[in-house]
Design a protein around this ligand. Structure first.
Ligand code: G1P
Length: 297
């Protein structure tokens, strides 16, 4: 019987150097899209998928993340007194059950695979999800929920997948497809950050995974891979070599690469336009900008 996926790992140890100087004093996961930190989007998605235990792999300087997930009794009281019920509800919706979150430190930046491996004792012997909060996915049905539903049919390991322009494939883990079944593909191989010439396809791994505990065991022995880092992709690829199933799942939704400035700004606009209270003002500003750019050309 396939076990339910109730644990998720959030690797949040990265330095976020692309967003310096902001990330000098705030973790990049606290940066906001409209008014919610990136990490909140990841948590909401995990909750929708039935995740009950949230494991953060952090590093030095990430204290603001722990504070963010703490309750805020003074703030709640003050909102209550002032009758600001809507804000109070928003605030409370971010509260986490006691004991639902665990923080573990990755002491050295040795790569994504190593970060996930750091959580091995908390995961134990059950399937688990991994969410990379940099990859924000806007979708009617949250991406991880789509994957959990698909996983109920398949078992094995599953990675979110998306076609990218071929010249961009070398920024990703890339799938070598065995059989294409539409929303699902079975995978013959996986390569982390291949050169443009050697990429087996342009189907890229996006930061959502459902993994078997065997992947953690594989990580015990994985050597440094692309970029000199311990790669999660390599540990998943070992599953294929051992003749166990790995699937790519083409999710429905729009993915924003919030690890890049351009992607982060695009996400800000998209999430702003998705808000009833902001849409009109923001859309007319964008129209004005477009018109004035045209006039200047
Ligand atoms: C990580 C993974 C890569 C994946 C990507 C998705 O790379 O290693 O396989 O395609 O996330 O965002 P990173 O972006 O951390 O270099």
């Amino acid at each position: 019987m396939k076990r339910k996926v109730t644990k998720a790992v959030f690797p949040v140890a990265g330095l976020g150097t692309r967003f310096l100087p902001a990330t000098k004093s705030i973790p990049k996961e606290i940066m906001t899209l409209v008014d919610r930190p990136l990490i909140q989007y990841a948590i909401d998605e995990a909750r929708a998928a039935g995740i009950k235990e949230f494991i953060f792999v952090t590093s030095r300087g990430k204290g603001a993340l722990e504070d963010y997930f703490d309750h805020a009794p003074e703030l709640e009281n003050s909102l209550r007194k002032k009758g600001k019920t809507e804000l109070l509800a928003t605030l409370k919706s971010t509260n986490m059950d006691s004991g639902a979150i665990a923080y573990i430190r990755q002491h050295k930046a040795l790569g994504l695979g190593h970060a996930v491996w750091c959580a091995r004792r908390l995961i134990g012997n059950e399937p688990f999800a991994v969410i990379l909060p940099d990859d924000v996915i806007a979708a009617e049905k949250p991406c991880l929920q789509q994957m959990v539903e698909a996983y109920k049919e398949t078992g094995g390991c599953m990675v979110a997948a998306m076609e990218v322009p071929p010249e961009k494939a070398s920024a990703y883990g890339v799938l070598d497809v065995k059989e294409d079944m539409g929303s699902m593909v079975s995978v013959r191989g996986m390569v982390e950050k291949p050169s443009v010439e050697s990429a087996p396809s342009n189907l890229a791994v996006i930061g959502r995974y459902i993994l078997t505990p065997q992947v953690l065991k594989n990580l015990n022995q994985i050597k440094q891979g692309a970029g000199g880092e311990i790669q999660l992709t390599d540990a998943i690829a070992q599953e294929i070599e051992a003749d166990r199933d790995v699937y790519g799942y083409r999710f429905r939704g729009q993915r924003f690469d919030c690890g890049s400035k351009a992607g982060y700004l695009q996400a800000t606009v998209a999430f702003g336009l998705a808000r009833d209270e902001l849409r009109d003002e923001l859309a007319s500003y964008l129209d004005e900008m477009k018109a004035s750019r045209k006039a200047a050309q």
